[in-house]
Design a protein around this ligand. Sequence first.
Ligand code: G6P
Length: 623
Amino acid sequence: MCGIVGYVGSRKTIDFLLEGLRRLEYRGYDSAGVATITADRRIVLAKAVGRIENLAAIVAETDLQGAIGIGHTRWATHGAATPGNAHPHVGGNQSLALVHNGVIENYQSLRAALEAEGYRFRSETDSEVIAHLVSSMVDKQLVQLQGRKAAPRDILIPAVRAALGQLRGTYGLVIAFRDYPDCLVAARLGSPLVIGIGTGEHFVGSDASTLVGYTEKIVYMADHQVAFITADRLHLTHREQGQIQPSIETLDAASDRVTTDGYRHFMLKEIFEQPDTIQNAMRGRLSDDDATAVFGGLNLIPQQLRNINRIILTACGTSWHAGLYGEYLIEELARIPVEVEYASELRYRNPPVDPHTLVFALSQSGETADTLGALREMKRKGHSTLAICNVVGSSIAQEADGGVFLHAGPEIGVASTKAFTSQCVVLALLGLYFGRLRHVSYEAGRRIIDAMRALPDHVRATLALNDQVKAIAEKYCEFQNFLYLGRHYNFPTALEGALKLKEISYIHAEGYPAAEMKHGPIALVDARTPSVFLVPRGWVYEKVLSNLQEVKARGGPVIAICAEDDAEVTRLADDVLHVPMIDDCFQPIVSVIPLQLLAYHIAVLRGCDVDKPRNLAKSVTVE
Ligand code: G6P
């Protein structure tokens, strides 16, 4: 979703801003803009709808000089994607430029009040109110000084704080001031911002990836902090604590510049990375001696974890599907009741929750607004909260009491692939861990460990199906409706397969528990509605086979994911993809691979923008 960059220093500001915005493209956006402050105290703006390259073309014809600048990618919420609604927004009498991520809930009343004071609005956005509000507070601050001299910091920080005090909602924002051309002010509440420290320069980004290659020293801003940033100094304040010492961290080298490594798209690269990312999710976490999983960051002692009698997994999108898999698996391995909740529902539903409940928030990005909201609500109620995240330093990772990182490396394709399988692996590790705290024997624990260790090889073998999947994609890419059907552990896989297809190819696809299909979706079955069946060997095999026959009997084409030696399914289905057969509970980690590839190839064949599908965002930072 929306992204922010900012710069103060002596390098060519606009070059950093454009490069930073390009690195934020993966988050999803529909317009972009930049502003610089010139030495002769002017704000120069450039904005464009669509890709950063459109903005770069406008920038090439604009004189964007200046040692101070801010930039933004916008994913429309309040008002359509137009140049007028694109950030930066100017406030007051062209006195400042502002970029904002987040949502201001009380913007309408603030706008009415500011309009009554004579401020003229140029956009339909909620963000523009902050620009005018800060501008009006700066003016008030100057009036209070009655002509006395004051350092810019002593004018701007109180003014920004006074404006922030009136906002209800969330923000990550950066402001550049026409009359103070040596500084930026940044503030955060609920929307991430990082500050990069260079030599004689500072960088700001909503995402640490913008800073890679520029500096390794970064400060993750926390909620209620305001930063006053010049080329040489970073002055950080907190609403309650006053001035605070920035805690400088080292930017993880693993988040190195991300490229497609010769693959046509990030999504394809990320699909093919899965043998390694699955390995990374397990690395150092399997103990042969104790036949269990070990975690460094749960921050709860085994005695506390043994007393847990219920687990809630909360998430959105693909992470929710991983949670559903986790429910089946943890209940089976550890015999602990598990509930999987859409974070957007959990945060407002107020369910009765037993005190011995452990809450896991699953999020690749660690920034999904609803998942963060649900986590906070559960914390407020006094529950222990843990995060399963990929992005280190993300809001969810920081706010949870502890957690497990995926270590999958940056996921750029909007449609999540490697994060899904890594989440499944981490949930399996948790199932093993909780199981071993209870009834799972040493021997059974060792068997689970052996099965998990074999996963990367099975995934590698499955990736070899790529050409076959492509051929199937060619056959079906013109179809408009698909069903994805599976049972038990492979019901979440079916949901995930359907989601992948609709996300990137814009084809209508529904995932269903295979038997439930008889209660509605079967009405859709015809020669133009293919069903993708997950029918591996296992204890629901016969049941799924019957469901497959029901579809065939009605003339529906069937694409089946099944075992190599499965002559029956091979005979019945129109197209088959033979995958390695492994333990029932790990089968989805392998069976999802051909579904990811199928969605990918169909989207490519339909000419879709695979890595940046329309309307979607990688990190959904609004409710
Ligand atoms: C967006 C992305 C999905 C992702 C979901 C949850 O919708 O497009 O790919 O699954 O958000 O994101 P999270 O970062 O919390 O896992």
